[in-house]
Design a protein around this ligand. Structure first.
Ligand SMILES: [Zn+2]
Length: 304
């Protein structure tokens, strides 16, 4: 009679071990900027129950809903162990991650997602176009950077991705996370927003996808005949980010939102939290609009 409780006790220990699979990272990307982007960054709080858990050059955000964790982006394949260590430093286990939400399907933001999903058992959620790319393991042929080639652009594939529609919300515990389609940098680009009310005051956070008009040499944002021609939808995405309720802006590369400077101000004991900046989304959008306009002028300029 004593055997059964003992066995079930052992089973409980084994079951916990079985759900927390060890992180097995995929092969590193080793691109020209990868080592610089992948420098370690200690995790830090953005507000309440929302933390930055990415690297020095690539963002990843962890949100505690009270009924499980949501992770935004997974950076490079070689970033996955750093992100996992940051999550554990905050006192969480990987198997507490219920969802991994994705910005855009380029290797520097989704390269670590497959390993983090395997280790956590989390469901990966993405826009329809990003989901297709995540399953293919490469950006689609209409991606502005497709001309760099599948080998350069590739990332570890996922077998299953849950698609979210534009404006759809993910609800988990106290968290309501909204997907905003912001196509331009890629066709599937997605900006995520949520409110963090832990600690009394409610703060609007925006995880803004890249609004950067970068491409291979052949692509034309202002083009036609099947090559680009997405300038108007790109501009609409920029306007959309500008108008979001936004107290804290997180950009997919933290440098776009000057995180190093803000962390330094915090370390110096700044009175007001430097991460709270109600004009940050608008200013980010303004600079993206200027860059897009400059790029379109360049495309129209007669070739020497
Ligand atoms: Zn990108």
């Amino acid at each position: 009679m004593l055997l059964r409780p003992l066995l079930s006790g052992l089973c409980a220990i084994a079951c916990v071990t079985a759900t927390a699979a060890p992180l097995r990272p995929d092969s590193p990307k080793n691109c020209s900027s990868c080592a610089e982007w992948n420098r370690p960054q200690a995790p830090f709080v953005l507000h309440g129950k929302s933390w930055f858990v990415g690297t020095r050059g690539l963002s990843s955000v962890l949100i505690d809903s009270g009924e499980g964790l949501v992770l935004l982006d997974g950076a490079l394949p070689e970033s996955a162990p750093l992100i996992a260590a940051n999550i554990e430093t905050l006192g969480f286990r990987l198997d507490q991650i219920r969802y991994i939400a994705v910005s855009h399907a380029h290797y520097d933001h989704v390269g670590g997602v497959a390993a983090l999903a395997r280790a956590s058992g989390a469901t990966v959620i993405a826009s329809a176009r990003s989901a297709d790319a995540l399953i293919a393991g490469v950006p689609p042929q209409d991606d502005p950077q497709a001309g760099f080639g599948d080998k350069a652009n590739g990332f570890p594939k996922l077998s299953k991705v849950q698609r979210v529609a534009d404006g759809e919300t993910l609800r988990l515990g106290k968290l309501v996370l909204t997907a905003h389609y912001t196509p331009g940098h890629t066709a599937g680009a997605t900006t995520w927003s949520w409110q963090d009310c832990s600690g009394g005051d409610c703060v609007n956070l925006v995880y803004a996808d890249s609004l950067n008009a970068v491409s291979d040499d052949a692509y034309r944002f202002g083009g036609a005949d099947g090559n680009g021609g997405i300038a108007e939808s790109f501009r609409a995405s920029i306007d959309r980010v500008a108008k979001l309720p936004c107290d804290i802006l997180v950009t997919v590369h933290p440098g776009f939102a000057k995180f190093d400077e803000k962390l330094a101000q915090r370390a110096q004991g700044a009175k007001a939290d430097p991460f709270i900046d109600a004009s940050a989304c608008r200013r980010y959008a303004d600079s993206a609009r200027e860059r897009l306009d400059a790029r379109l002028r360049e495309e129209r300029a007669p070739k020497p």
